[in-house]
Design a protein around this ligand. Structure first.
Ligand code: SF4
Length: 454
């Protein structure tokens, strides 16, 4: 592929934004495999031709067209889109038309670089004349990923509800996998079962998502969980429980993190990763929190117009969060009656943890808020070790590491940082193995709280 130099700067507003995706092929990058495929299925249910692109095979292209200073997920996703377009162009020849596609790349508002991926990738795409007209469909955490503008306005509230439900169901399937795979009767049974389950749930979301028939989806999920729990060999004793926090892309994208969960399992762990719903809830919580602060300020200044605007937003985001919690509780409650998978925490609870000892502040924002408090929560729930998984040089995760290391050492709970940049570090497996040795010792001394009958 050959890039040409741009003599003029392409407007970032022209081809990055909330574009209508009906009648287009929506190209979704694969982050968490289950979550990405379920969201794409939900889009399809609402009449959008959504496909999940092959991932990581284009990493060489991603590295070729970035400078090396970008965050690793930006390089991986840049490679995914470039490889997809290259193959599509080869397949269709002169019939290839970039205007038939929208590349879906959400962003986050905040002090780190996630808000810049789609701008940067716009510049990369603009350097190929044949891709200049491909639009980047961006949704933003600024309005808690409202999805407005992507599909018909009338469909947006329903789509948002179905999409959130798909995120929670994806979390549950992941938790089911991590719960059963360390105890499977035969190697490979759990992976094969989860792949089958994913297909079944995709069909369910395509069919029942647009009708918001969540009971049907939940019934299907329940039947799958009943089948999945039989994979567990009851003769295998409980294992040390390891929690994962970190940057959302790296900790959920198995290719980028070199399948670190499987490596932990190889050395005797049962693992729980932070959920995807946590991030969605965090964006709603954070918007509500900001408007609450704005409301107090405008009350003090007695600025009526501002007061009303903030009050309205507090109610909107508060209701959104309430709805999300209600759906999350509905799913976890049903599944936990069938198998003891780990529950999810409330973001408000995480903020209280940070406030207890002034560890960090939600005013700073970013995933550091979730990771620092999430680690303390894992420790309080009796986990035997915690891993922080992130892209090399990731700002929030480096902050997390700096804050949490001395605390973990004081609490005598094993902790390991695992940064990734696409290279294979010769010492990584030895580090994970040593960490697991410490976790085994912790487990022998303290057991696992979730197994404690008292
Ligand atoms: S969270 Fe980390 S990896 Fe993601 S954009 Fe921010 S600095 Fe980069």
């Amino acid at each position: 592929m050959e890039a040409v130099n741009n003599d003029k700067f392409r407007s970032l507003t022209e081809n990055v934004g909330a574009f209508r995706v009906k009648e287009k092929t929506l190209l979704c990058p694969e982050m968490n495999r289950l979550g990405s495929h379920l969201i794409a299925a939900t889009f399809r249910g609402f009449g959008v031709k959504a496909v999940v692109m092959e991932t990581y095979a284009g990493l060489d292209l991603g590295k070729e067209f970035t400078s090396g200073k970008e965050c690793f997920p930006c390089q991986v996703t840049a490679g995914d889109i470039l490889l997809y377009l290259k193959k599509e162009k080869e397949r269709l020849g002169k019939d290839f038309d970039p205007e038939n596609y929208v590349y879906f790349l959400p962003e986050a508002d905040g002090p780190c670089r996630f808000g810049m991926y789609n701008k940067y990738q716009r510049i990369v795409l603009d350097s190929f004349p044949e891709f200049r007209k491909l639009k980047i469909g961006a949704i933003t955490s600024k309005n808690s990923y409202s999805l407005l503008g992507l599909i018909d306005e009338k469909q947006t509230p329903s789509f948002r509800k179905a999409a959130y439900f798909s995120v929670v169901v994806g979390d549950i399937l992941d938790r089911l996998l991590w719960r059963i795979r360390p105890y499977e009767k035969q190697p490979g049974m759990a992976d094969e079962f989860i792949e089958r389950s994913l297909k079944a749930m995709m069909t369910a979301f395509e069919e029942y998502g647009p009708r918001l028939d969540f009971d049907r989806i939940l019934d299907r999920l329940g039947s799958l969980v009943e089948e999945g729990r039989n994979i567990i060999d009851p003769a295998i004793p409980p294992k040390p429980l390891i929690g994962i926090v970190g940057e959302i892309y790296l900790r959920t994208h198995v290719q980028s993190n070199q399948d670190v969960i499987r490596m932990l399992e190889k050395y005797g762990a049962e693992v729980v990763n932070a959920s995807l719903a946590e991030w969605v809830n965090y964006t709603s919580y954070d918007r509500m929190r900001e408007d609450r602060i704005g409301l107090h300020l405008s009350l003090k200044q007695f600025r009526l117009g501002k007061m009303m605007r903030h009050l309205k937003n507090v109610l909107v985001y508060g209701l959104e969060l309430y709805y999300q919690h209600m759906r999350q509780d509905q799913v976890y409650k049903k599944i936990q009656q069938l198998i003891p998978v780990h529950g999810d925490h409330r973001v408000g609870h995480l903020e209280k943890i940070l406030l207890e000892d002034d560890l960090f502040s939600f005013d700073v924002g970013t995933e550091a808020c979730l990771s620092i408090a999430g680690i303390i929560e894992y420790v309080r729930n009796g986990f035997n070790g915690v891993l922080n998984v992130y892209p090399f040089t990731c700002m929030p995760s480096t902050v997390t590491s700096a804050v949490i290391r001395p605390i973990m050492s004081r609490m005598e709970v094993p902790y390991l940082d695992t940064p990734y940049d696409g290279t294979y570090q010769p010492g990584r497996e030895a580090a994970v193995r040593t960490f697991m040795y410490q976790a085994q010792q912790h487990f022998r001394r303290n057991g696992r709280k979730d197994l404690d009958p008292s």
